[in-house]
Write a protein that binds this ligand. Structure first.
Ligand code: PCP
Length: 382
């Protein structure tokens, strides 16, 4: 296998499962056991109190054609602990082995989308660009950028990822360009002369000299400099805000008030809070691309119509109702089809019925991203 990438057909056939599901299938087939069940995917241990759901469209492709009904929250929905985000109904052996890839899609992708959303919420109107595909296996480049973008980030740097998203990749220049020209000015001038007009003129200003020295040098070298990028190494970083304030001061007193300051390198939520009032953009890599996965579990909660959840889980087929409040929204979970009428929008909507994707809600990336940004306006954050 080149680059150790599992072929898509092996994912579709369920070969990326854990062996104990294959053994379970063999045992249940041998004894003729295959009950009708309801299984729910629920998150626990949500560090920030909420998560952004991502990976639903891949689950729909994975389960299409199987004799199942699947309900899910729309891609990009903000969810909370104890809320089922996806529900599968059907005979257990129709989906047993797919538990592993279902959780793989949802845990990994929701982890990245959640972190991207947290970063974007902290950044407010300051643009944040995903710079992190270098931190993960390149086979995942498009998925990482999709989740970062869906989570609300304003752009992505990976060429393959941006192409799949149908957007232009965003980036500046690496230190290697400056090193190979053996001169900051020569590298910056070559960039300005050769790059297409629509590429923003953002010069990396921390290669050999102090950030403020190189920032002034760049502003004096390129007439149409949009911004400088500071990627100060941790060995020199100290008080990064002070460095940025000095660069801002030195540019302003020389009449370069329109030259922005773009920062990258180890940027996470704390750095965004510390710098968002004095920078024009953030490049965020590791903290998003390498985000902790969401701890989803898939559990059977009903068997042949009877509640049967294991310890630590609540039995019965549930629905999540969301109603608007003055401050935003609140959810509550209730047994589906209970006699009571509940106020609020039911969040679990048909995704697959009788094995056919019904797409009862738009699976498009743009609608998911719009949903995230809308919810970020009102969701609370620590
Ligand atoms: C890194 C590179 C990435 C940034 C930092 C992501 O700088 O510019 O875009 O950093 P993060 O993963 O810590 O958030 P370098 O490692 O100096 O690489 P280069 O010289 O190519 O800019």
């Amino acid at each position: 296998m080149d680059f150790w990438i599992v072929p898509p057909d092996d994912i579709r056939s369920g070969r990326t499962t854990d062996v104990y599901f294959i053994r379970t299938e063999e045992i249940m087939h041998a004894r003729g056991i295959n009950p009708h069940v309801v299984a729910e995917v629920v998150a626990s241990g949500l560090e920030g109190g909420w998560g952004v759901l991502a990976g639903v469209s891949e689950v729909s492709v994975l389960l299409e054609g199987r004799d199942l009904d699947v309900y899910a929250m729309p891609e990009g929905t903000i969810f909370f602990e104890e809320e089922p985000v996806l529900r599968i109904e059907g005979r257990y052996l129709e989906f047993a082995r797919f538990e592993t890839p279902i959780l793989g899609f949802l845990c990994h992708e929701s982890g990245i989308a959640t972190k991207a959303a947290r970063i974007k919420k902290k950044a407010g109107d300051v643009p944040v660009i995903s710079f992190g595909t270098r931190r993960q296996h390149p086979a995942l480049a498009a998925v990482i950028e999709k989740c970062a973008y869906m989570g609300g980030m304003d752009g992505v740097s990976n060429v393959a990822g941006a192409s799949r998203l149908g957007i232009q990749p965003v980036g500046t220049m690496p230190h290697s360009l400056i090193i190979c020209f053996r001169s900051q000015q020569d590298a910056w001038k070559a960039f300005d002369e050769i790059m297409p007009e629509d590429v923003p003129r953002i010069c990396l200003c921390d290669t050999y000299c102090d950030e403020k020295t190189e920032a002034v040098m760049a502003a004096e070298t390129l007439k149409r400099l949009n911004a400088v990028r500071l990627d100060t190494p941790s060995s020199r970083r100290g008080n990064f805000r002070k460095i940025v304030e000095e660069v801002r001061w030195e540019l302003d007193i020389r009449g370069f008030k329109n030259v922005g300051i773009f920062v990258s390198g180890g940027i996470d939520e704390a750095e965004i809070e510390e710098l968002r009032d004095i920078v024009s953009g953030f490049g965020v890599g590791t903290s998003v691309a390498n985000a902790k996965c969401i701890d989803f579990a898939l559990d059977i909660v009903e068997i042949e119509g009877e509640p049967c959840a294991k310890r630590g889980k609540k039995g019965g087929k549930k629905q999540v109702y969301r109603r608007k409040t003055e401050k935003g929204f609140e959810d509550f979970v209730a047994i589906e089809n209970s006699k009571q009428h509940f106020e609020g929008e039911p969040l679990l909507k048909p995704l697959i019925l009788g094995g056919r994707i019904v797409e009862d809600f738009p699976l498009s990336l743009e609608s998911a991203r719009k949903r995230v940004l809308e919810q970020l306006k009102v969701v609370e954050m620590d």
